[in-house]
Design a protein around this ligand. Structure first.
Ligand code: HEC
Ligand code: HEC
Length: 274
Protein backbone atom coordinates (compact mmCIF):
# COMPACT_ATOMS: atom_id res chain seq x y z
CA UNK A 1 0.00 0.00 0.00
CA UNK A 2 2.78 2.43 1.02
CA UNK A 3 4.56 1.62 -2.18
CA UNK A 4 1.50 2.23 -4.34
CA UNK A 5 0.92 5.54 -2.62
CA UNK A 6 4.51 6.58 -3.15
CA UNK A 7 4.60 5.81 -6.83
CA UNK A 8 1.21 7.45 -7.13
CA UNK A 9 2.37 10.73 -5.60
CA UNK A 10 5.48 10.54 -7.73
CA UNK A 11 3.32 10.18 -10.83
CA UNK A 12 1.10 13.06 -9.78
CA UNK A 13 4.22 15.13 -9.14
CA UNK A 14 5.57 14.35 -12.60
CA UNK A 15 2.29 14.99 -14.30
CA UNK A 16 1.76 18.21 -12.40
CA UNK A 17 5.16 19.60 -13.29
CA UNK A 18 4.88 18.50 -16.93
CA UNK A 19 1.48 20.07 -17.04
CA UNK A 20 2.86 23.35 -15.74
CA UNK A 21 5.50 23.44 -18.49
CA UNK A 22 3.05 22.37 -21.18
CA UNK A 23 0.60 24.99 -20.05
CA UNK A 24 3.13 27.77 -20.00
CA UNK A 25 4.32 26.84 -23.50
CA UNK A 26 0.76 26.56 -24.72
CA UNK A 27 -0.36 29.87 -23.26
CA UNK A 28 2.74 31.55 -24.75
CA UNK A 29 2.11 30.20 -28.22
CA UNK A 30 -1.57 31.09 -28.12
CA UNK A 31 -0.57 34.51 -26.86
CA UNK A 32 1.93 35.02 -29.69
CA UNK A 33 -0.41 33.89 -32.43
CA UNK A 34 -3.61 35.55 -31.39
CA UNK A 35 -2.77 38.27 -28.96
CA UNK A 36 -5.12 38.03 -26.03
CA UNK A 37 -8.08 36.77 -28.12
CA UNK A 38 -8.54 33.06 -27.73
CA UNK A 39 -11.32 31.45 -29.74
CA UNK A 40 -13.90 29.11 -28.17
CA UNK A 41 -12.04 26.07 -29.44
CA UNK A 42 -8.79 27.22 -27.84
CA UNK A 43 -10.49 27.95 -24.55
CA UNK A 44 -11.86 24.41 -24.65
CA UNK A 45 -8.40 23.02 -25.30
CA UNK A 46 -6.99 24.98 -22.39
CA UNK A 47 -9.71 23.58 -20.18
CA UNK A 48 -8.83 20.05 -21.35
CA UNK A 49 -5.21 20.52 -20.36
CA UNK A 50 -6.24 21.97 -17.04
CA UNK A 51 -8.71 19.10 -16.71
CA UNK A 52 -6.03 16.53 -17.46
CA UNK A 53 -3.95 17.62 -14.46
CA UNK A 54 -6.95 17.83 -12.17
CA UNK A 55 -8.10 14.42 -13.33
CA UNK A 56 -4.69 12.95 -12.43
CA UNK A 57 -4.93 14.55 -9.01
CA UNK A 58 -8.48 13.59 -8.10
CA UNK A 59 -9.64 10.73 -10.30
CA UNK A 60 -6.83 8.66 -11.86
CA UNK A 61 -6.22 6.66 -8.68
CA UNK A 62 -9.49 4.81 -9.40
CA UNK A 63 -10.28 5.56 -13.03
CA UNK A 64 -6.75 5.14 -14.42
CA UNK A 65 -4.30 7.71 -15.76
CA UNK A 66 -5.96 7.53 -19.18
CA UNK A 67 -9.49 7.23 -17.78
CA UNK A 68 -9.87 3.66 -19.00
CA UNK A 69 -10.66 2.34 -15.57
CA UNK A 70 -9.09 0.46 -12.67
CA UNK A 71 -10.82 0.06 -9.35
CA UNK A 72 -13.43 2.39 -10.85
CA UNK A 73 -15.11 1.92 -14.25
CA UNK A 74 -13.76 3.20 -17.52
CA UNK A 75 -14.90 6.75 -18.32
CA UNK A 76 -13.67 6.47 -21.89
CA UNK A 77 -16.91 5.66 -23.61
CA UNK A 78 -19.53 7.58 -25.52
CA UNK A 79 -22.28 7.24 -22.91
CA UNK A 80 -21.89 7.22 -19.13
CA UNK A 81 -24.92 5.60 -17.48
CA UNK A 82 -24.80 7.79 -14.39
CA UNK A 83 -23.66 10.98 -16.12
CA UNK A 84 -25.44 11.45 -19.40
CA UNK A 85 -25.39 15.24 -19.37
CA UNK A 86 -22.57 17.56 -18.31
CA UNK A 87 -24.72 18.70 -15.37
CA UNK A 88 -25.10 15.12 -14.17
CA UNK A 89 -21.37 14.56 -14.57
CA UNK A 90 -20.60 17.66 -12.48
CA UNK A 91 -23.05 16.38 -9.88
CA UNK A 92 -21.42 12.93 -9.75
CA UNK A 93 -18.02 14.60 -9.29
CA UNK A 94 -19.28 16.87 -6.49
CA UNK A 95 -21.40 14.34 -4.61
CA UNK A 96 -19.52 11.15 -5.45
CA UNK A 97 -21.32 7.82 -5.37
CA UNK A 98 -21.17 7.09 -1.63
CA UNK A 99 -22.55 3.55 -1.69
CA UNK A 100 -20.54 2.71 -4.83
CA UNK A 101 -17.16 3.61 -3.37
CA UNK A 102 -16.59 6.95 -5.08
CA UNK A 103 -15.76 9.83 -2.70
CA UNK A 104 -17.25 13.33 -2.85
CA UNK A 105 -15.29 16.26 -4.27
CA UNK A 106 -17.23 19.10 -2.71
CA UNK A 107 -14.01 21.11 -2.27
CA UNK A 108 -13.51 21.56 -6.03
CA UNK A 109 -14.31 24.99 -7.49
CA UNK A 110 -16.84 25.31 -10.28
CA UNK A 111 -14.02 26.10 -12.76
CA UNK A 112 -12.04 23.03 -11.76
CA UNK A 113 -15.14 20.84 -11.98
CA UNK A 114 -15.91 22.21 -15.45
CA UNK A 115 -12.35 21.50 -16.54
CA UNK A 116 -12.63 17.91 -15.33
CA UNK A 117 -16.03 17.52 -17.06
CA UNK A 118 -14.53 18.73 -20.30
CA UNK A 119 -11.55 16.39 -19.93
CA UNK A 120 -13.81 13.39 -19.21
CA UNK A 121 -15.93 14.24 -22.27
CA UNK A 122 -12.77 14.35 -24.41
CA UNK A 123 -12.16 10.71 -23.44
CA UNK A 124 -15.16 9.50 -25.39
CA UNK A 125 -12.98 9.26 -28.46
CA UNK A 126 -10.92 6.57 -26.76
CA UNK A 127 -12.06 3.08 -27.63
CA UNK A 128 -13.49 0.89 -24.91
CA UNK A 129 -11.36 -2.06 -23.89
CA UNK A 130 -12.52 -4.97 -26.11
CA UNK A 131 -13.92 -8.05 -24.38
CA UNK A 132 -12.56 -11.21 -25.92
CA UNK A 133 -14.69 -13.69 -23.99
CA UNK A 134 -18.23 -14.94 -24.54
CA UNK A 135 -20.67 -13.72 -21.85
CA UNK A 136 -23.08 -16.65 -22.36
CA UNK A 137 -20.31 -19.21 -21.77
CA UNK A 138 -19.14 -17.03 -18.87
CA UNK A 139 -22.55 -17.44 -17.24
CA UNK A 140 -21.96 -21.22 -17.25
CA UNK A 141 -18.48 -20.83 -15.78
CA UNK A 142 -20.08 -18.70 -13.06
CA UNK A 143 -22.56 -21.42 -12.13
CA UNK A 144 -20.08 -24.31 -12.53
CA UNK A 145 -17.82 -22.64 -9.97
CA UNK A 146 -20.65 -21.91 -7.51
CA UNK A 147 -19.97 -18.21 -7.47
CA UNK A 148 -23.63 -17.87 -6.50
CA UNK A 149 -22.77 -19.42 -3.13
CA UNK A 150 -21.34 -15.99 -2.23
CA UNK A 151 -22.75 -13.50 -4.73
CA UNK A 152 -26.15 -12.35 -5.94
CA UNK A 153 -26.86 -11.61 -9.60
CA UNK A 154 -30.35 -10.41 -10.47
CA UNK A 155 -31.80 -11.67 -7.20
CA UNK A 156 -30.27 -15.17 -7.39
CA UNK A 157 -27.57 -16.38 -4.98
CA UNK A 158 -26.37 -15.85 -1.41
CA UNK A 159 -24.95 -12.54 -0.26
CA UNK A 160 -21.59 -13.15 1.37
CA UNK A 161 -19.65 -10.91 -1.02
CA UNK A 162 -20.88 -7.88 -2.96
CA UNK A 163 -23.88 -8.10 -5.27
CA UNK A 164 -22.70 -8.38 -8.87
CA UNK A 165 -25.86 -7.39 -10.81
CA UNK A 166 -24.30 -4.06 -11.84
CA UNK A 167 -20.63 -4.85 -11.41
CA UNK A 168 -20.00 -4.11 -15.11
CA UNK A 169 -20.96 -0.49 -14.47
CA UNK A 170 -18.76 -0.22 -11.43
CA UNK A 171 -15.53 -1.92 -12.37
CA UNK A 172 -13.27 -2.14 -15.40
CA UNK A 173 -12.69 -5.50 -17.07
CA UNK A 174 -9.07 -5.36 -15.90
CA UNK A 175 -10.17 -4.95 -12.29
CA UNK A 176 -12.67 -7.82 -12.60
CA UNK A 177 -9.93 -10.06 -13.93
CA UNK A 178 -7.67 -9.07 -11.05
CA UNK A 179 -10.45 -9.65 -8.50
CA UNK A 180 -10.71 -13.24 -9.73
CA UNK A 181 -7.01 -14.01 -10.03
CA UNK A 182 -5.97 -12.32 -6.81
CA UNK A 183 -8.86 -11.29 -4.53
CA UNK A 184 -6.40 -10.26 -1.81
CA UNK A 185 -5.01 -7.51 -4.06
CA UNK A 186 -7.89 -5.14 -3.45
CA UNK A 187 -10.44 -5.93 -0.80
CA UNK A 188 -13.19 -3.30 -0.98
CA UNK A 189 -14.19 -1.60 2.28
CA UNK A 190 -16.91 -3.34 4.23
CA UNK A 191 -15.44 -6.84 3.84
CA UNK A 192 -13.28 -7.29 6.90
CA UNK A 193 -12.08 -10.86 7.23
CA UNK A 194 -11.61 -12.22 10.77
CA UNK A 195 -10.73 -15.41 12.56
CA UNK A 196 -12.36 -16.04 15.94
CA UNK A 197 -11.06 -18.71 18.31
CA UNK A 198 -13.36 -19.85 21.12
CA UNK A 199 -12.21 -21.19 24.49
CA UNK A 200 -13.21 -24.74 23.49
CA UNK A 201 -10.56 -24.59 20.76
CA UNK A 202 -12.72 -24.26 17.65
CA UNK A 203 -12.07 -21.45 15.23
CA UNK A 204 -14.31 -19.80 12.69
CA UNK A 205 -13.26 -17.60 9.81
CA UNK A 206 -15.66 -15.14 8.33
CA UNK A 207 -16.63 -11.63 7.40
CA UNK A 208 -17.50 -9.07 10.02
CA UNK A 209 -21.25 -8.50 10.16
CA UNK A 210 -21.53 -6.52 13.38
CA UNK A 211 -19.38 -5.57 16.31
CA UNK A 212 -19.75 -3.60 19.53
CA UNK A 213 -17.80 -3.48 22.77
CA UNK A 214 -19.09 -6.81 24.04
CA UNK A 215 -20.21 -8.90 21.09
CA UNK A 216 -19.25 -9.76 17.53
CA UNK A 217 -20.95 -11.49 14.61
CA UNK A 218 -19.21 -13.19 11.68
CA UNK A 219 -20.60 -14.66 8.49
CA UNK A 220 -18.67 -17.72 7.32
CA UNK A 221 -18.11 -18.77 3.69
CA UNK A 222 -21.31 -20.80 3.70
CA UNK A 223 -23.33 -17.73 4.65
CA UNK A 224 -23.97 -18.88 8.23
CA UNK A 225 -23.81 -16.17 10.89
CA UNK A 226 -21.95 -16.88 14.16
CA UNK A 227 -22.49 -14.68 17.23
CA UNK A 228 -20.04 -14.48 20.12
CA UNK A 229 -19.69 -12.63 23.38
CA UNK A 230 -16.17 -11.24 23.18
CA UNK A 231 -15.51 -12.48 26.72
CA UNK A 232 -15.95 -16.08 25.58
CA UNK A 233 -13.35 -15.73 22.82
CA UNK A 234 -9.79 -16.95 23.26
CA UNK A 235 -8.58 -14.90 20.32
CA UNK A 236 -9.79 -12.59 17.58
CA UNK A 237 -7.52 -12.10 14.63
CA UNK A 238 -8.17 -9.39 12.04
CA UNK A 239 -6.88 -10.54 8.71
CA UNK A 240 -6.51 -7.19 7.00
CA UNK A 241 -6.01 -7.32 3.25
CA UNK A 242 -7.06 -10.97 3.15
CA UNK A 243 -10.13 -12.08 1.24
CA UNK A 244 -12.52 -14.88 2.10
CA UNK A 245 -12.72 -15.49 -1.66
CA UNK A 246 -10.04 -17.94 -2.77
CA UNK A 247 -7.93 -16.91 -5.79
CA UNK A 248 -9.00 -18.47 -9.10
CA UNK A 249 -5.49 -18.25 -10.53
CA UNK A 250 -4.73 -21.73 -11.85
CA UNK A 251 -8.27 -22.99 -11.20
CA UNK A 252 -9.76 -21.54 -14.41
CA UNK A 253 -8.38 -21.93 -17.93
CA UNK A 254 -7.51 -18.77 -19.88
CA UNK A 255 -10.65 -19.19 -21.97
CA UNK A 256 -12.88 -19.69 -18.92
CA UNK A 257 -11.41 -16.59 -17.34
CA UNK A 258 -12.02 -14.50 -20.49
CA UNK A 259 -15.61 -15.75 -20.68
CA UNK A 260 -16.24 -15.09 -16.98
CA UNK A 261 -14.83 -11.55 -17.23
CA UNK A 262 -17.06 -10.93 -20.29
CA UNK A 263 -20.07 -12.17 -18.33
CA UNK A 264 -19.30 -9.95 -15.32
CA UNK A 265 -18.45 -6.89 -17.45
CA UNK A 266 -21.87 -7.13 -19.11
CA UNK A 267 -23.78 -7.23 -15.77
CA UNK A 268 -25.09 -3.69 -16.02
CA UNK A 269 -28.46 -3.73 -14.36
CA UNK A 270 -31.16 -2.42 -16.70
CA UNK A 271 -28.55 -1.80 -19.37
CA UNK A 272 -27.99 -5.57 -19.73
CA UNK A 273 -26.48 -7.21 -22.76
CA UNK A 274 -27.08 -10.98 -23.24
C1 HEC B 1 -11.77 6.06 -4.63
C2 HEC B 1 -12.04 5.75 -6.03
C3 HEC B 1 -12.64 6.81 -6.94
C4 HEC B 1 -12.23 8.12 -7.14
C5 HEC B 1 -11.08 8.86 -6.49
C6 HEC B 1 -13.11 8.64 -8.17
N1 HEC B 1 -14.03 7.70 -8.55
FE1 HEC B 1 -15.48 7.89 -9.96
N2 HEC B 1 -16.17 6.05 -9.52
C7 HEC B 1 -15.59 5.16 -8.65
C8 HEC B 1 -16.40 3.97 -8.58
C9 HEC B 1 -16.09 2.73 -7.73
C10 HEC B 1 -17.49 4.17 -9.44
C11 HEC B 1 -18.64 3.20 -9.71
C12 HEC B 1 -19.69 3.42 -8.65
C13 HEC B 1 -21.00 2.75 -8.95
O1 HEC B 1 -21.39 2.73 -10.12
O2 HEC B 1 -21.63 2.31 -7.99
C14 HEC B 1 -17.30 5.48 -10.02
C15 HEC B 1 -18.18 6.03 -10.96
C16 HEC B 1 -17.94 7.22 -11.63
C17 HEC B 1 -18.78 7.74 -12.69
C18 HEC B 1 -20.03 7.08 -13.27
C19 HEC B 1 -19.61 6.25 -14.47
C20 HEC B 1 -20.76 5.76 -15.32
O3 HEC B 1 -20.50 4.90 -16.19
O4 HEC B 1 -21.87 6.24 -15.17
C21 HEC B 1 -18.22 8.90 -13.12
C22 HEC B 1 -18.70 9.80 -14.22
C23 HEC B 1 -17.03 9.11 -12.29
N3 HEC B 1 -16.90 8.07 -11.41
C24 HEC B 1 -16.16 10.18 -12.43
C25 HEC B 1 -15.12 10.46 -11.54
C26 HEC B 1 -14.32 11.65 -11.62
C27 HEC B 1 -14.41 12.70 -12.69
C28 HEC B 1 -13.45 11.59 -10.54
C29 HEC B 1 -12.46 12.64 -10.11
C30 HEC B 1 -13.03 13.93 -9.78
C31 HEC B 1 -13.71 10.34 -9.83
N4 HEC B 1 -14.72 9.68 -10.47
C32 HEC B 1 -13.01 9.92 -8.70
C33 HEC B 1 -14.45 5.36 -7.90
C34 HEC B 1 -13.76 6.57 -7.82
C1 HEC C 1 -16.54 -17.83 -0.20
C2 HEC C 1 -17.28 -16.77 -0.81
C3 HEC C 1 -16.95 -16.33 -2.23
C4 HEC C 1 -16.91 -17.11 -3.37
C5 HEC C 1 -17.09 -18.60 -3.51
C6 HEC C 1 -16.68 -16.19 -4.47
N1 HEC C 1 -16.59 -14.91 -4.00
FE1 HEC C 1 -16.30 -13.26 -5.08
N2 HEC C 1 -16.09 -12.14 -3.40
C7 HEC C 1 -16.35 -12.59 -2.12
C8 HEC C 1 -16.16 -11.50 -1.17
C9 HEC C 1 -16.35 -11.54 0.34
C10 HEC C 1 -15.77 -10.39 -1.94
C11 HEC C 1 -15.50 -8.97 -1.40
C12 HEC C 1 -14.10 -8.56 -1.42
C13 HEC C 1 -13.08 -9.54 -0.97
O1 HEC C 1 -13.10 -10.01 0.18
O2 HEC C 1 -12.24 -9.86 -1.84
C14 HEC C 1 -15.72 -10.83 -3.34
C15 HEC C 1 -15.38 -10.03 -4.41
C16 HEC C 1 -15.61 -10.36 -5.73
C17 HEC C 1 -15.48 -9.46 -6.85
C18 HEC C 1 -15.03 -8.01 -6.78
C19 HEC C 1 -16.25 -7.14 -6.69
C20 HEC C 1 -15.92 -5.68 -6.66
O3 HEC C 1 -16.87 -4.91 -6.65
O4 HEC C 1 -14.74 -5.31 -6.66
C21 HEC C 1 -15.84 -10.15 -7.98
C22 HEC C 1 -15.86 -9.62 -9.40
C23 HEC C 1 -16.16 -11.48 -7.57
N3 HEC C 1 -16.02 -11.59 -6.19
C24 HEC C 1 -16.56 -12.49 -8.43
C25 HEC C 1 -16.64 -13.82 -8.06
C26 HEC C 1 -16.82 -14.91 -9.01
C27 HEC C 1 -17.02 -14.74 -10.50
C28 HEC C 1 -16.78 -16.07 -8.27
C29 HEC C 1 -16.81 -17.49 -8.79
C30 HEC C 1 -15.80 -17.84 -9.77
C31 HEC C 1 -16.63 -15.68 -6.87
N4 HEC C 1 -16.54 -14.33 -6.79
C32 HEC C 1 -16.59 -16.57 -5.79
C33 HEC C 1 -16.73 -13.87 -1.77
C34 HEC C 1 -16.74 -14.95 -2.63
Amino acid sequence: MGETLNSFSLLVGLVASRRQVARTLFVCSVGLAFGSFASGAQTAELADREGFGLFQQHCSRCHGVDGRGGEGPTLAKPRLARAQTDEELAMVIARGIPDGGMPRNSHLSEEDTDAIVSFVRSLTQVEEEPLTGDPARGAEVYLDNSCDACHIVDGVGIQVGPELSEVGLKRSAAHLRESLLDPNASVPTGYEFLRARTSDGTSVEGLLVNEDTFAIQLRDASGRVHSYEKAELEGLQRRRGRSIMRPYRGRLSGQELDDLVAYLATRRGGDQQP
